[in-house]
Design a protein around this ligand. Structure first.
Ligand SMILES: Nc1ncnc2c1ncn2[C@@H]1O[C@H](COP(=O)(O)OP(=O)(O)OP(=O)(O)O)[C@@H](O)[C@H]1O
Ligand SMILES: [Mg+2]
Length: 578
């Protein structure tokens, strides 16, 4: 927000307890005010006030701070600068720009971005009254991204001056609205949801290019999803796949307490990869917020709110934005560490009693909105959860389930068997599936929901038969049940498995997804038909179906013809078995 900072308040450090600092003398300081601690001015935030003692969580290493050091506050809540220059770059948990190499550094040292300038093209009429969200002009970022410059929230009045076309820095005024100079960027307090006109936008499909999600557990723009999974089950890879290939306009990728090298990998991939829809580099639509395991723990707590505030900023321009947080468990650990250092009464497993409300405050910022300017925009939130020991009943996993619309649960046994992505069909769900079925049907694919139901039924039936097989052996099952086991295996291998490392399979276009599942269901029907026609089951079982399983890797991500060719030849072959 562009309002002037409030009066300067000054106090002193009384006690340092790791990343938690007690301060005295900050008269009139409020919850969530930002403070500058010690001579280095380390950034912190007031998170509890008891009499004249205010407690701050510090976002940087505070080893040099000692009792008696000065503390100052301008009475501003933790805020970030939102404007051009976010896309394609990396920031720390409180949105200070980092160089990629800084992701490795121990402290979130800022690199200076104030010398960047942007070509502003005005598009508004001087003399008119304007309200928050009204269009003032545009800046193009990268080769194609249209960054709308809007009247910031809480600013309104007559547009008395508008800059002509100009190369402007982020802070240079480009318009005057009422008594306020508006520049390309403005400040916003991250914990406060940005205002919108209504939460009523029509959702649209979010296509992830990942078959198990798009076909079985689909998600709509504006929804939320959780990706729980034990150690090494593929949470990061699945989220990276979504960041790379989903058809949102903007991705905000928050690396929260995870490994720095994973963040570097994702940046390098995004710079190299082309957006299948636009041909531009994928990096040009991505904002990375890195608060990796080597950075101060408390900035993690802020980083997910920072990520959502950035997402809401782009939503306000009418974009569909996806926020990816890896991992919310590391974020919850920051809450726990803070609770223990401030002697809060611990609730379950040492997490503060406010864990649930903190998770709700995060996931509730997802949604479809009519923006202040009257556009339709959305924020989708996808958060990984890393339950210790893979225990899905632990507090962060269990609480998160209450607030999300989709759970994509990763299964240790599937991962161990190298079935990737290891999305479990026993533990996962999507509350959006029914709506997606209706939308697909309106778009002309009337059998989408039926195919989904058939695939899920085959998986469930084979799961049940599998346990029988363990007892009595496959040979003891009736022919038809053995055939079901075989078809379910085809669903898993030909459709659900998807190799993130394969150029042809990492992303799968919608038409090919449909063709693959249709092929497997057609083969399944043909097998049953042949059995019912009295064909010898053993002879059918000898027919090699490996071409069906590998069809996903033949041709490119949109090559439907290659799949149809496999289907036709396999169906023809099955007809010849007598
Ligand atoms: N879709 C996939 N295609 C190919 N390999 C995969 C896929 N998903 C996961 N893997 C394999 O599993 C490994 C672990 O994945 P990942 O690092 O994403 O797991 P994680 O759940 O994030 O682990 P951690 O608990 O350590 O954060 C990867 O290095 C890769 O070898
Ligand atoms: Mg990971």
């Amino acid at each position: 927000m562009s309002s002037a900072p409030a009066d300067l308040r000054m106090g002193k450090v009384r006690r340092v307890n790791g990343p938690v600092v007690d301060v005295v003398g900050l008269n009139g300081v409020a919850m969530f005010d930002v403070v500058a601690i010690g001579d280095a001015g380390l950034a912190g935030e007031i998170v509890s006030i008891d009499g004249d003692v205010a407690t701050a969580q510090v976002y940087e290493y505070d080893g040099s701070v000692s009792p008696g050091d000065p503390v100052t506050s301008h009475g501003e809540a933790l805020s970030v600068t939102l404007g051009p220059g976010l896309l394609g770059r990396v920031f720390d948990g409180i949105l200070r720009p980092l160089d990629a190499k800084d992701v490795w550094l121990a402290s979130g040292r800022a690199s200076d971005a104030s010398d960047m300038s942007w070509h502003f093209t005005p598009d508004a009429t001087v003399g008119e009254k304007v309200a928050p969200g009204a269009l003032l002009g545009r800046v193009t970022e990268g080769v194609r991204f249209e960054h709308l410059i809007l009247v910031p929230p809480e600013v309104d009045g007559v547009l008395s001056w508008l800059s002509p076309e100009v190369d402007a820095s982020a802070h240079q005024p480009i318009a005057r609205v009422g008594a306020v100079d508006v520049s390309l960027s403005h400040r916003w307090p991250v914990r406060r949801p940005r205002p919108a006109r209504a939460r009523d936008g029509e959702p649209r499909l979010l296509r992830t290019g990942q078959r198990v999600l798009d076909l079985l557990y689909p998600i709509l723009c504006g929804s939320s999803a959780s990706v729980p999974g034990g150690f090494g089950t593929g949470k990061t890879l699945l989220q990276q796949q979504i960041a790379k290939w989903c058809d949102a306009d903007v991705i905000v990728y928050v690396g929260c307490g995870e490994r720095g090298n994973e963040m570097i990998d994702v940046l390098e991939d995004l710079a190299r990869l082309r957006d299948p829809r636009t041909g531009g580099a994928l990096r040009e639509r991505t904002v990375c917020i890195a608060n990796t395991s080597n950075m101060p723990v408390m900035a993690r707590e802020a980083s997910i709110y920072t990520g959502v505030a950035v997402a809401e900023y782009f939503r306000d321009m009418g974009y569909d934005v996806v926020v990816i947080a890896d991992s919310t468990s590391r974020w919850a650990e920051a809450l726990r560490e803070f609770a223990s250092r401030t002697n809060q009464l611990p609730a379950e497993e040492g997490y503060p009693a406010t864990l649930g409300s903190a998770l709700a405050a995060f996931y509730e910022r997802a949604g479809n909105f009519t923006t202040l300017g009257g556009n339709r925009g959305s924020v989708t939130i996808i958060g990984a959860v890393s339950p210790p020991g893979g225990d899905l009943t632990e507090p962060v996993t269990a609480q998160t389930r209450r607030f999300v619309r989709c759970v994509w649960s990763l299964d240790r046994d599937l991962a161990y068997a190298r079935h990737y992505p290891a999305v479990s069909w026993n533990e996962s769900f999507s509350r959006d599936a029914e709506r997606v079925g209706l939308m697909r049907s309106e778009d002309g694919d009337t059998a989408w929901a039926e195919r989904r139901a058939l695939a899920l039924a085959l998986l469930a039936e084979s799961e049940r038969l599998e346990s029988l097989v363990e007892l009595v052996g496959a040979a003891a099952l009736p022919d038809r049940q053995r055939s079901t086991l075989r078809s379910a295996k085809l669903v898993r291998e030909a459709v659900l498995q998807q190799d993130a490392t394969s150029a042809d399979d990492a992303y799968c276009g919608e038409a090919k997804q449909k063709a693959l599942l249709e092929m497997v269901l057609a083969v399944h029907r043909a097998l049953i038909e042949r059995l019912e026609a009295g064909v010898d089951a053993q002879r059918l079982e000898q027919v090699d179906l490996s071409r069906v399983s590998s069809a996903r890797e033949s041709g490119g991500p949109d090559d439907v013809a290659a799949v149809t060719a496999v289907r036709d030849s396999v169906l023809a072959l099955l007809k010849t078995v007598t």
